[in-house]
Design a protein around this ligand. Structure first.
Ligand SMILES: NC(=O)c1ccc[n+]([C@@H]2O[C@H](COP(=O)([O-])OP(=O)(O)OC[C@H]3O[C@@H](n4cnc5c(N)ncnc54)[C@H](O)[C@@H]3O)[C@@H](O)[C@H]2O)c1
Length: 201
């Protein structure tokens, strides 16, 4: 685990903010957890990787930042995700920011893709983003607004040939973001798609 939060700017509006992060146990999600905690936000995160997630909670607490809540969850199980959102609200207050970060870019070729594998890739890279947004929406609406950040990918823009199911799911994240932004915008819920560059995780 790295700790790159030492010299970050402080944004007072993030202090005390209730933030829910998917896939927060490692990679980009770990950095999101560390940085929101360094801002004094109240963070809950879900991940299926239990041990690194527990280590992250301990490391953040050791730095004197607010301890994040880790909820073990396989996001392919939508009911478990919905329960995690409620658990996060009970501990941190209504969720004000959702980072739909979890994903997996397992390499594959078209000829090798079964129906089960296709469905699994959609469940890992697309479906949970929609249902997380659906689950936090009433909380954000009651608060008068919120922010949903969906993690996309440049792979569909460049036509990456190494993982067509992942590329399809990430292209759908972009379309989903535009549809939700229109629907939730009048409730002052911003919905954006974040497209990272190449990050070695
Ligand atoms: N790293 C990059 O270069 C890059 C580029 C473009 C987009 N992205 C996107 O950014 C996001 C984060 O990428 P990353 O590189 O940190 O990924 P990563 O694989 O390093 O980490 C993903 C995290 O999500 C968790 N996760 C995966 N599937 C899960 C599931 N079913 N249930 C619960 N947790 C699950 C993993 O355990 C892990 O902690 C992803 O959506 C990815 O598609 C990454």
């Amino acid at each position: 685990m790295s700790d790159e939060t030492g010299s970050c700017a402080i944004y007072p509006s993030l202090r005390g903010r209730s933030v829910f992060i998917t896939g927060g146990g490692s990679g980009i999600g770990e950095s999101l957890v560390r940085h929101f905690c360094a801002q004094g936000s109240r963070v809950a995160f879900v991940d299926m990787a239990v041990e690194p997630s527990r280590q992250l909670v301990a490391a953040v607490a050791a730095q004197g930042h607010p301890e994040p809540l880790f909820i073990p969850c396989d996001l392919r199980n939508v009911e478990a995700l919905q329960a995690a959102v409620e658990q996060a609200r009970d501990r941190n207050g209504p969720i004000q920011a959702l980072c739909n970060n979890a994903g997996n870019d397992d390499r594959h070729q078209t000829a090798d893709v079964s129906v089960a594998y296709w469905d699994d890739r959609m469940a890992v890279n697309l479906r949970h983003q929609f249902f997380a947004a659906q689950a936090v929406r009433p909380q954000m609406k009651a608060l008068g607004g919120g922010s949903i950040i969906n993690f996309g990918s440049i792979t569909w823009m460049v036509g990456d040939p190494d993982c067509p199911a992942y590329v399809t799911a990430k292209a759908a994240v972009y379309g989903m973001t535009r549809a939700l932004a229109r629907e939730l915008g009048p409730e002052r819920i911003r919905v954006n798609c974040m497209v990272p560059g190449w990050v070695m995780t």
